[in-house]
Design a binder for this molecule. Structure first.
Ligand code: SAM
Ligand code: DTB
Ligand code: SF4
Length: 330
Protein backbone atom coordinates (compact mmCIF):
# COMPACT_ATOMS: atom_id res chain seq x y z
CA UNK A 1 0.00 0.00 0.00
CA UNK A 2 1.40 3.35 -1.03
CA UNK A 3 1.50 5.73 1.95
CA UNK A 4 2.22 9.28 0.92
CA UNK A 5 3.07 11.99 3.46
CA UNK A 6 3.97 14.84 1.13
CA UNK A 7 0.50 15.77 -0.13
CA UNK A 8 0.23 19.36 -1.34
CA UNK A 9 -2.70 21.63 -0.61
CA UNK A 10 -3.53 21.76 -4.33
CA UNK A 11 -3.61 17.96 -4.59
CA UNK A 12 -5.93 17.73 -1.60
CA UNK A 13 -8.12 20.52 -2.94
CA UNK A 14 -8.48 18.65 -6.24
CA UNK A 15 -9.53 15.48 -4.46
CA UNK A 16 -11.89 17.20 -2.01
CA UNK A 17 -13.75 19.13 -4.72
CA UNK A 18 -14.37 16.19 -7.08
CA UNK A 19 -18.00 15.47 -7.97
CA UNK A 20 -19.29 13.72 -4.85
CA UNK A 21 -20.09 10.34 -6.40
CA UNK A 22 -16.69 10.20 -8.16
CA UNK A 23 -15.03 11.02 -4.85
CA UNK A 24 -16.95 8.30 -3.00
CA UNK A 25 -16.22 5.79 -5.76
CA UNK A 26 -12.50 6.46 -5.64
CA UNK A 27 -12.37 6.27 -1.84
CA UNK A 28 -14.45 3.07 -1.89
CA UNK A 29 -12.07 1.51 -4.43
CA UNK A 30 -9.08 2.24 -2.20
CA UNK A 31 -10.96 0.96 0.82
CA UNK A 32 -11.84 -2.29 -0.95
CA UNK A 33 -8.13 -2.87 -1.63
CA UNK A 34 -7.98 -3.78 2.03
CA UNK A 35 -9.34 -7.29 2.71
CA UNK A 36 -10.77 -6.20 6.05
CA UNK A 37 -12.93 -3.46 4.54
CA UNK A 38 -16.15 -4.87 5.97
CA UNK A 39 -14.77 -4.93 9.51
CA UNK A 40 -15.64 -1.92 11.60
CA UNK A 41 -13.71 -1.11 14.73
CA UNK A 42 -15.94 -0.32 17.68
CA UNK A 43 -14.82 2.04 20.40
CA UNK A 44 -16.91 2.76 23.42
CA UNK A 45 -16.49 6.07 25.26
CA UNK A 46 -16.60 6.69 28.99
CA UNK A 47 -16.41 10.15 30.44
CA UNK A 48 -14.26 9.43 33.50
CA UNK A 49 -14.28 13.06 34.63
CA UNK A 50 -17.05 15.30 33.39
CA UNK A 51 -17.35 19.08 33.04
CA UNK A 52 -15.69 21.95 34.86
CA UNK A 53 -12.88 22.22 32.30
CA UNK A 54 -10.96 25.49 32.26
CA UNK A 55 -10.37 25.57 28.49
CA UNK A 56 -12.61 27.65 26.21
CA UNK A 57 -13.18 25.23 23.28
CA UNK A 58 -16.24 26.86 21.68
CA UNK A 59 -17.87 23.53 20.77
CA UNK A 60 -17.53 21.87 24.14
CA UNK A 61 -20.35 21.41 26.65
CA UNK A 62 -17.76 20.58 29.33
CA UNK A 63 -16.04 23.97 29.42
CA UNK A 64 -16.74 25.52 32.84
CA UNK A 65 -17.24 28.99 31.43
CA UNK A 66 -20.31 28.09 29.35
CA UNK A 67 -23.64 27.43 31.00
CA UNK A 68 -24.72 24.05 29.70
CA UNK A 69 -26.92 21.42 31.33
CA UNK A 70 -23.90 19.19 32.10
CA UNK A 71 -23.52 17.93 35.65
CA UNK A 72 -19.95 18.21 36.82
CA UNK A 73 -18.67 14.87 38.03
CA UNK A 74 -15.35 14.11 39.74
CA UNK A 75 -13.00 11.36 38.60
CA UNK A 76 -14.79 7.99 38.44
CA UNK A 77 -13.77 5.05 40.60
CA UNK A 78 -11.71 2.23 39.08
CA UNK A 79 -14.52 -0.21 39.92
CA UNK A 80 -17.13 1.79 38.00
CA UNK A 81 -14.85 2.01 34.97
CA UNK A 82 -14.38 -1.77 35.05
CA UNK A 83 -18.15 -2.31 35.20
CA UNK A 84 -18.69 -0.02 32.22
CA UNK A 85 -15.84 -1.68 30.31
CA UNK A 86 -17.37 -5.13 30.86
CA UNK A 87 -20.72 -3.96 29.43
CA UNK A 88 -18.97 -2.42 26.40
CA UNK A 89 -16.95 -5.58 25.81
CA UNK A 90 -20.02 -7.80 26.06
CA UNK A 91 -21.64 -5.59 23.41
CA UNK A 92 -18.80 -6.07 20.94
CA UNK A 93 -16.54 -3.09 21.64
CA UNK A 94 -12.85 -3.90 21.25
CA UNK A 95 -11.64 -0.54 22.46
CA UNK A 96 -12.53 1.54 25.48
CA UNK A 97 -11.79 5.24 25.24
CA UNK A 98 -11.65 7.11 28.54
CA UNK A 99 -12.14 10.86 28.30
CA UNK A 100 -11.44 13.47 30.96
CA UNK A 101 -12.42 17.15 30.89
CA UNK A 102 -8.91 18.25 31.70
CA UNK A 103 -6.77 20.89 30.02
CA UNK A 104 -3.71 18.78 30.71
CA UNK A 105 -2.59 15.83 32.80
CA UNK A 106 -0.99 16.64 36.14
CA UNK A 107 1.28 14.26 38.01
CA UNK A 108 -1.02 13.69 40.97
CA UNK A 109 -3.28 11.08 42.59
CA UNK A 110 -5.90 11.47 39.86
CA UNK A 111 -3.38 10.50 37.20
CA UNK A 112 -2.31 7.54 39.34
CA UNK A 113 -5.94 6.44 39.40
CA UNK A 114 -6.23 6.78 35.62
CA UNK A 115 -3.12 4.60 35.26
CA UNK A 116 -4.82 1.99 37.43
CA UNK A 117 -7.95 2.14 35.25
CA UNK A 118 -5.78 1.69 32.16
CA UNK A 119 -4.06 -1.32 33.61
CA UNK A 120 -7.30 -2.97 34.76
CA UNK A 121 -9.12 -2.49 31.43
CA UNK A 122 -6.06 -3.69 29.54
CA UNK A 123 -6.14 -6.85 31.66
CA UNK A 124 -9.74 -7.39 30.49
CA UNK A 125 -8.42 -7.85 26.94
CA UNK A 126 -9.60 -4.55 25.55
CA UNK A 127 -7.55 -1.92 23.78
CA UNK A 128 -7.42 1.11 26.02
CA UNK A 129 -7.50 4.61 24.62
CA UNK A 130 -7.25 7.77 26.71
CA UNK A 131 -8.08 11.38 25.92
CA UNK A 132 -6.99 13.50 28.83
CA UNK A 133 -5.74 16.77 27.28
CA UNK A 134 -2.12 17.81 26.95
CA UNK A 135 0.61 15.35 27.95
CA UNK A 136 4.36 15.51 28.50
CA UNK A 137 6.55 12.78 27.06
CA UNK A 138 7.04 11.28 30.54
CA UNK A 139 3.28 11.11 31.09
CA UNK A 140 2.80 9.47 27.69
CA UNK A 141 5.42 6.90 28.65
CA UNK A 142 3.68 6.19 31.96
CA UNK A 143 0.40 5.60 30.11
CA UNK A 144 2.15 3.25 27.70
CA UNK A 145 3.76 1.34 30.56
CA UNK A 146 0.37 0.97 32.30
CA UNK A 147 -1.01 -0.74 29.18
CA UNK A 148 -2.56 2.15 27.27
CA UNK A 149 -2.84 1.34 23.54
CA UNK A 150 -3.89 4.64 21.96
CA UNK A 151 -4.19 8.32 22.77
CA UNK A 152 -6.83 10.60 21.26
CA UNK A 153 -5.89 14.23 20.78
CA UNK A 154 -7.66 16.07 17.96
CA UNK A 155 -6.38 19.07 16.05
CA UNK A 156 -10.09 19.91 15.61
CA UNK A 157 -9.73 22.43 12.75
CA UNK A 158 -7.12 24.17 10.58
CA UNK A 159 -4.27 26.07 12.22
CA UNK A 160 -5.71 29.27 10.65
CA UNK A 161 -9.12 28.73 12.23
CA UNK A 162 -7.83 27.47 15.58
CA UNK A 163 -7.92 30.84 17.34
CA UNK A 164 -11.56 31.37 16.41
CA UNK A 165 -12.48 28.20 18.29
CA UNK A 166 -9.99 27.94 21.16
CA UNK A 167 -7.88 30.69 22.72
CA UNK A 168 -6.64 29.01 25.91
CA UNK A 169 -4.05 26.90 24.07
CA UNK A 170 -2.41 26.92 20.65
CA UNK A 171 -2.37 24.62 17.66
CA UNK A 172 1.35 24.06 18.39
CA UNK A 173 0.47 22.85 21.93
CA UNK A 174 -1.69 20.19 20.28
CA UNK A 175 1.10 19.15 17.90
CA UNK A 176 3.58 18.96 20.80
CA UNK A 177 1.38 16.52 22.68
CA UNK A 178 0.89 14.45 19.52
CA UNK A 179 4.68 14.26 19.11
CA UNK A 180 5.02 13.10 22.73
CA UNK A 181 2.37 10.45 22.16
CA UNK A 182 4.09 9.17 19.00
CA UNK A 183 7.50 9.16 20.68
CA UNK A 184 6.12 7.03 23.53
CA UNK A 185 4.91 4.52 20.87
CA UNK A 186 1.25 4.92 21.66
CA UNK A 187 -1.13 4.54 18.72
CA UNK A 188 -2.10 8.06 17.62
CA UNK A 189 -5.79 8.92 17.26
CA UNK A 190 -6.18 12.41 15.80
CA UNK A 191 -8.86 14.08 13.74
CA UNK A 192 -11.26 16.99 13.95
CA UNK A 193 -14.72 18.46 13.79
CA UNK A 194 -16.84 19.60 10.86
CA UNK A 195 -19.53 22.23 11.40
CA UNK A 196 -17.66 24.77 13.53
CA UNK A 197 -18.30 27.46 10.91
CA UNK A 198 -15.06 26.65 9.06
CA UNK A 199 -14.60 27.06 5.30
CA UNK A 200 -13.79 24.30 2.79
CA UNK A 201 -10.27 25.71 2.81
CA UNK A 202 -10.02 25.13 6.57
CA UNK A 203 -11.18 21.54 6.13
CA UNK A 204 -8.62 20.99 3.38
CA UNK A 205 -5.89 22.52 5.54
CA UNK A 206 -6.86 20.34 8.49
CA UNK A 207 -6.65 17.24 6.28
CA UNK A 208 -3.31 18.53 4.97
CA UNK A 209 -1.90 18.74 8.52
CA UNK A 210 -3.07 15.21 9.29
CA UNK A 211 -1.91 13.62 6.04
CA UNK A 212 1.53 15.26 6.05
CA UNK A 213 2.47 14.13 9.55
CA UNK A 214 5.70 12.13 9.40
CA UNK A 215 3.55 9.12 10.18
CA UNK A 216 -0.20 9.37 9.56
CA UNK A 217 -2.40 9.15 12.66
CA UNK A 218 -3.37 5.49 13.18
CA UNK A 219 -7.00 6.53 13.60
CA UNK A 220 -8.68 9.67 12.32
CA UNK A 221 -11.98 10.57 13.99
CA UNK A 222 -14.23 12.82 11.91
CA UNK A 223 -16.79 14.42 14.21
CA UNK A 224 -19.86 16.37 13.11
CA UNK A 225 -20.41 19.17 15.59
CA UNK A 226 -23.02 18.31 18.21
CA UNK A 227 -24.35 21.82 18.83
CA UNK A 228 -25.03 21.96 22.57
CA UNK A 229 -27.20 24.63 24.19
CA UNK A 230 -25.14 27.05 26.23
CA UNK A 231 -21.98 26.79 24.08
CA UNK A 232 -20.99 29.63 21.73
CA UNK A 233 -21.74 27.32 18.77
CA UNK A 234 -25.23 26.34 19.97
CA UNK A 235 -26.93 27.84 16.90
CA UNK A 236 -24.60 26.41 14.27
CA UNK A 237 -26.48 24.65 11.53
CA UNK A 238 -26.13 20.89 11.25
CA UNK A 239 -23.72 19.96 8.49
CA UNK A 240 -25.06 18.21 5.40
CA UNK A 241 -24.31 14.55 4.76
CA UNK A 242 -22.46 15.59 1.59
CA UNK A 243 -19.97 17.51 3.77
CA UNK A 244 -19.38 14.54 6.06
CA UNK A 245 -18.93 12.28 3.03
CA UNK A 246 -16.40 14.62 1.43
CA UNK A 247 -14.34 14.62 4.64
CA UNK A 248 -14.45 10.86 5.10
CA UNK A 249 -13.72 10.03 1.47
CA UNK A 250 -10.86 12.52 1.24
CA UNK A 251 -9.37 11.24 4.52
CA UNK A 252 -9.61 7.65 3.19
CA UNK A 253 -7.79 8.58 -0.04
CA UNK A 254 -5.08 10.61 1.71
CA UNK A 255 -4.47 8.15 4.55
CA UNK A 256 -5.30 4.71 3.08
CA UNK A 257 -3.90 2.65 5.96
CA UNK A 258 -5.49 4.65 8.78
CA UNK A 259 -8.71 3.80 10.53
CA UNK A 260 -11.24 6.54 9.69
CA UNK A 261 -13.85 6.92 12.41
CA UNK A 262 -17.36 8.16 11.74
CA UNK A 263 -17.52 9.83 15.15
CA UNK A 264 -19.90 12.35 16.76
CA UNK A 265 -23.10 13.11 14.85
CA UNK A 266 -24.35 9.58 14.08
CA UNK A 267 -27.40 10.02 16.28
CA UNK A 268 -28.79 12.48 13.73
CA UNK A 269 -27.95 10.30 10.71
CA UNK A 270 -30.12 7.73 8.98
CA UNK A 271 -28.84 4.21 8.29
CA UNK A 272 -28.65 5.08 4.58
CA UNK A 273 -26.45 8.09 5.36
CA UNK A 274 -24.17 6.04 7.58
CA UNK A 275 -24.02 3.32 4.90
CA UNK A 276 -22.65 5.88 2.46
CA UNK A 277 -20.01 6.86 5.04
CA UNK A 278 -18.91 3.20 5.37
CA UNK A 279 -18.88 2.94 1.57
CA UNK A 280 -16.69 6.06 1.44
CA UNK A 281 -14.12 4.42 3.70
CA UNK A 282 -15.20 4.90 7.31
CA UNK A 283 -14.21 1.77 9.24
CA UNK A 284 -14.76 2.70 12.85
CA UNK A 285 -17.48 4.12 15.08
CA UNK A 286 -18.08 5.14 18.67
CA UNK A 287 -20.81 2.87 19.97
CA UNK A 288 -22.96 2.91 23.08
CA UNK A 289 -25.84 5.17 24.00
CA UNK A 290 -23.64 8.09 25.02
CA UNK A 291 -20.58 9.73 23.51
CA UNK A 292 -19.04 11.69 26.38
CA UNK A 293 -22.07 13.76 27.37
CA UNK A 294 -24.39 13.63 24.34
CA UNK A 295 -26.60 10.82 22.95
CA UNK A 296 -25.41 8.21 20.45
CA UNK A 297 -27.19 5.18 18.93
CA UNK A 298 -27.28 2.24 21.37
CA UNK A 299 -25.41 -1.03 20.75
CA UNK A 300 -28.49 -2.96 19.59
CA UNK A 301 -29.41 -0.35 17.01
CA UNK A 302 -25.86 -0.43 15.64
CA UNK A 303 -25.76 -4.23 15.56
CA UNK A 304 -28.98 -4.25 13.52
CA UNK A 305 -27.39 -1.77 11.14
CA UNK A 306 -24.21 -3.90 10.89
CA UNK A 307 -26.30 -6.94 10.07
CA UNK A 308 -28.26 -5.09 7.42
CA UNK A 309 -25.08 -3.74 5.80
CA UNK A 310 -22.97 -6.91 6.13
CA UNK A 311 -20.46 -5.30 8.49
CA UNK A 312 -18.75 -7.09 11.36
CA UNK A 313 -17.14 -5.71 14.51
CA UNK A 314 -13.36 -5.87 14.39
CA UNK A 315 -11.62 -7.88 17.12
CA UNK A 316 -9.12 -6.30 19.47
CA UNK A 317 -5.65 -6.66 18.03
CA UNK A 318 -3.55 -6.30 21.05
CA UNK A 319 0.13 -5.65 20.62
CA UNK A 320 -0.22 -4.59 17.00
CA UNK A 321 -0.16 -1.10 15.62
CA UNK A 322 -3.32 -0.54 13.57
CA UNK A 323 -1.27 0.13 10.45
CA UNK A 324 0.78 -3.04 10.84
CA UNK A 325 -2.44 -4.98 10.98
CA UNK A 326 -3.80 -3.34 7.83
CA UNK A 327 -0.52 -4.00 6.03
CA UNK A 328 -0.43 -7.61 7.21
CA UNK A 329 -3.89 -8.34 5.93
CA UNK A 330 -3.74 -6.25 2.73
N1 SAM B 1 -10.18 17.36 27.25
C1 SAM B 1 -9.53 16.55 26.31
C2 SAM B 1 -9.18 17.27 25.04
O1 SAM B 1 -9.73 18.34 24.77
O2 SAM B 1 -8.37 16.75 24.29
C3 SAM B 1 -10.28 15.28 25.95
C4 SAM B 1 -11.77 15.29 25.76
S1 SAM B 1 -12.38 16.31 24.43
C5 SAM B 1 -14.09 16.29 24.78
C6 SAM B 1 -12.13 15.30 23.00
C7 SAM B 1 -12.61 15.79 21.66
O3 SAM B 1 -14.03 15.68 21.59
C8 SAM B 1 -12.36 17.23 21.26
O4 SAM B 1 -11.06 17.46 20.83
C9 SAM B 1 -13.37 17.40 20.14
O5 SAM B 1 -12.77 17.05 18.90
C10 SAM B 1 -14.48 16.42 20.49
N2 SAM B 1 -15.71 17.15 20.85
C11 SAM B 1 -15.98 17.78 22.02
N3 SAM B 1 -17.19 18.34 22.01
C12 SAM B 1 -17.73 18.09 20.80
C13 SAM B 1 -18.96 18.42 20.17
N4 SAM B 1 -19.88 19.17 20.80
N5 SAM B 1 -19.20 17.99 18.93
C14 SAM B 1 -18.25 17.23 18.28
N6 SAM B 1 -17.07 16.90 18.82
C15 SAM B 1 -16.79 17.32 20.05
C1 DTB C 1 -13.48 12.19 19.33
O1 DTB C 1 -12.91 12.51 18.27
N1 DTB C 1 -14.78 12.31 19.54
C2 DTB C 1 -15.14 11.85 20.87
C3 DTB C 1 -13.78 11.34 21.41
N2 DTB C 1 -12.87 11.68 20.37
C4 DTB C 1 -13.32 11.73 22.73
C5 DTB C 1 -15.86 12.84 21.68
C6 DTB C 1 -17.11 13.40 21.02
C7 DTB C 1 -17.78 14.27 22.01
C8 DTB C 1 -19.11 14.77 21.53
C9 DTB C 1 -19.76 15.66 22.52
C10 DTB C 1 -20.08 15.00 23.83
O2 DTB C 1 -20.66 13.91 23.88
O3 DTB C 1 -19.77 15.61 24.88
FE1 SF4 D 1 -11.90 20.88 28.05
FE2 SF4 D 1 -11.41 19.03 26.18
FE3 SF4 D 1 -13.83 20.26 26.32
FE4 SF4 D 1 -11.75 21.65 25.51
S1 SF4 D 1 -12.63 19.84 24.48
S2 SF4 D 1 -13.27 22.35 27.02
S3 SF4 D 1 -10.10 20.76 26.74
S4 SF4 D 1 -12.94 18.90 27.83
Amino acid sequence: MNIKTNWTLIEIENIYHRPLLDLIYEAATIHRGNKTYSEVQISSLISIKTGGCKEDCAYCPQAARYHTAIEVEPLMSVEKVKERAAVAKANGASRLCMGAAWREVRDNKDFDRVLEMVSEVNDMGMEVCCTLGMLTYEQAERLKEAGCFAYNHNIDTSSDNYNNIITTRTFEDRINTLNNVRKAKLSVCCGGIVGLGETDEDRIKMLHTLSTMQQHPDSVPINALVAVKGTPLESNERIGIDEMLRMIATARILMPASVVRLSAGRNEMTIAEQALCFMAGANSIFAGEKLLTTPNPDFDTDMRMFKMLGLTPRKAFKGLEEKELVEKTA
